[in-house]
Design a protein around this ligand. Structure first.
Ligand code: PLP
Length: 475
């Protein structure tokens, strides 16, 4: 695609400014050489940016089954609410902003009710930031109770990749345990590694295989019996919200991804929100200030001296909370569990349509997502998960998450979400089956996919580590 500089024509401009009525400074007086700016009409500029916008892909363009990311459609009404003047143009120290404080207070109550927790902070700016915050609570708890020797966090191998990373960042030693045959936590292994040095367990549930751990109560009991605490990675709350509560399963703290389950656009590096909820005994350690209701008015209140301190300014990304609150009030008490059930139904429907052709990493009913393994296909005809993912792009859909979870070879992790219709799922199933057919007829075609994208197969490590974001100019 041409850059604005390629499109530049000397003397062309947007006729917006009136003629210059002051002395024009020649470059030699003020700078070494003339500013190198492209000269363009407004039409050129508009078309350039529209062309750029067409090269991105988002939920508004089509099916986006990125596993573990919950790329659901985000209702526009959320944006409208967040853009209201009283929310968008408020300063966090304006404590007479009763409406904003009330919204935060009510959102905290709703989310505590959904998770079975007693208190929550909105400071963390994303899921992984929430994990770090939750782990800091666990660390502070053990220190305050005279157990600084509890330095190990147990993380099953079906956890999200951020779990071991957050544990290490918080100064804990990570104890990895492999899953059992059925994809659930291996209870024997868990018992073996639990001991006097255990600070806690971090569980992603449903896990990255899309499985709800059937032994969930036993898991939290084993960890508690050893003196550890239980952390619930709630980024995958979509299939269980309004149905079961991590607090009732024995978990002591949790983070949520408002920008996944609770409907805020994400994926472009935009603002997120990873609130952390906890049981009452951990509340004194929460960061930031609390919002309390006194005689019908809302006020800030400092937390205890034992608080871990701020992990971010004020109340984190407030407007993301406004969007989540709008989403929750639109759905109501009946709508939240309906979201969960439809996300599970959609995943199972699509899985069922594919399972006679593609190989599943784990058979049986899944939750909101399922994992395919293309190991057999690769061995048989040399077509990899990467080839299939690239080929899907030519059909105008976003590929699923690839090569994750790590415990499945040639993985494709599919999460359709509840906001897709049966017609879309039927269409997508046809696409997947068509790609399978093509893979057998003409593997070379798949190795060359995508055939219709401006960028085809970049070196992914290089693209992530050394992105070229500027075009060097000659003069
Ligand atoms: C997305 C996700 C995270 C990390 O959330 P970020 O907002 O990307 O930091 C953690 N755990 C699970 C299970 C996730 O799906």
């Amino acid at each position: 695609m041409k850059t604005l500089f390629d499109r530049s024509v000397a003397g062309r401009h947007c006729s917006i400014l009136p003629p210059c009525d002051v002395d024009v400074q020649t470059p030699s007086e003020t700078r070494q050489k003339a500013l190198h700016l492209p000269e363009l009409s407004e039409t050129d500029i508009s078309r350039h940016y529209t062309e750029l916008a067409k090269q991105t892909f988002g939920v508004n363009d089509g099916f986006y089954p990125l596993g573990s990311c919950t790329m659901k459609y985000n209702p526009k009404i959320n944006e409208r609410a967040a853009a209201l003047d009283g929310f968008a143009n408020i300063h966090p120290t304006q404590d007479h902003a009763q409406g904003c404080l009330r919204l935060l207070h009510t959102a905290e109550q709703y989310l505590c009710e959904i998770t079975g927790m007693n208190a929550m902070t909105f400071q963390p700016a994303a899921g992984a930031h929430g994990e770090l915050t939750g782990l800091m609570l666990i660390k502070r708890y053990h220190e305050q109770n005279g157990h600084p020797e509890r330095t190990k966090i147990i993380v099953p191998d079906s956890a999200h990749g951020t779990n071991p990373a957050s544990s290490a960042m918080c100064g804990f030693t990570v104890v990895n345990i492999p899953s059992a045959e059925d994809g659930c936590v291996d209870l024997e292994k868990l018992r073996e590694v639990c001991g006097e040095d255990t600070a806690g367990l971090m569980l992603t549930n449903p896990n990255t295989l899309g499985i709800f751990d059937r032994n969930i109560h036993e898991i939290t009991e084993i960890v508690h019996a050893a003196g550890g605490l239980c952390y619930y990675d709630g980024a995958n709350l979509n299939p269980v919200m309004g149905i079961v509560r991590p607090g009732d399963m024995g978990f002591d703290c949790i983070h949520l991804n408002l920008h996944k389950s609770f409907s805020t656009p994400h994926g472009g590096g935009g603002p997120g929100s990873g609130p952390v909820g906890c049981k009452a005994f951990l509340e004194p350690y929460l960061p930031g200030e609390r919002i309390v209701e006194q005689d019908g008015a809302y006020a800030w209140q400092k937390r205890s001296e034992e608080s871990i301190g701020a992990v971010r300014s004020f109340h984190g990304n407030f407007l993301v909370v406004v969007k989540a609150f709008t989403y929750l009030t639109t759905l109501g008490k009946q709508g939240v569990p309906e979201v969960a059930m439809n996300s599970v139904l959609n995943a199972n429907y699509l899985k069922h349509k594919l399972e006679d052709t593609y190989e599943l990493a784990h058979k049986g009913i899944c939750m909101h997502e399922f994992v395919l393994t293309l190991e057999g296909l690769k061995k048989e005809i040399g077509v990899s998960a990467m080839d299939v993912a690239k080929a899907l792009q030519d059909y105008g859909i976003h590929p699923p998450t690839m090569y994750f979870p790590l415990n499945v070879h040639e993985a494709l992790m599919v999460e359709p979400t509840e906001t897709e219709s049966k017609e879309t799922l039927d269409h997508v199933a046809e696409i997947f089956l068509d790609v399978w057919k093509k893979a057998h007829e003409d593997p070379e075609y798949l190795h060359g996919a995508p055939h219709h994208s401006p960028i085809k197969r970049p070196d992914e490590v290089k693209a992530a580590r050394h992105p070229v974001l500027r075009i060097p100019l000659d003069d």
